[in-house]
Design a protein. Structure first.
Length: 78
């Protein structure tokens, strides 16, 4: 290949790249609209984590503890 031909092709490619960069940056007056790809967060395909619930035994212990607390507060007059 002739050196002048190679230089001409490189200049042409350089102009194309410059136009592409300008278009992407919005410098040529048009705005580039990019669609966001909606993806599931990591681990979303795994089984969902159970949030802590209270067992009947735990509910009973909590009830007893709260009744005891309320009883003590009534004694204090609060």
């Amino acid at each position: 290949m002739d050196l002048e031909v190679v230089i001409a092709e490189l200049k042409s490619e350089g102009e194309k790249i410059s136009r592409a960069i300008a278009a992407l940056m919005g410098l040529d007056g048009t705005q580039v609209v990019r669609k966001k790809k909606i993806t599931a967060p990591r681990g979303a395909t795994a089984k969902p984590e159970k949030r802590g619930g209270i067992t009947p035994a735990g509910r009973r212990r909590l009830s007893i503890a709260m009744k005891k607390r309320w009883k003590e507060r009534r004694k204090q007059g609060l």
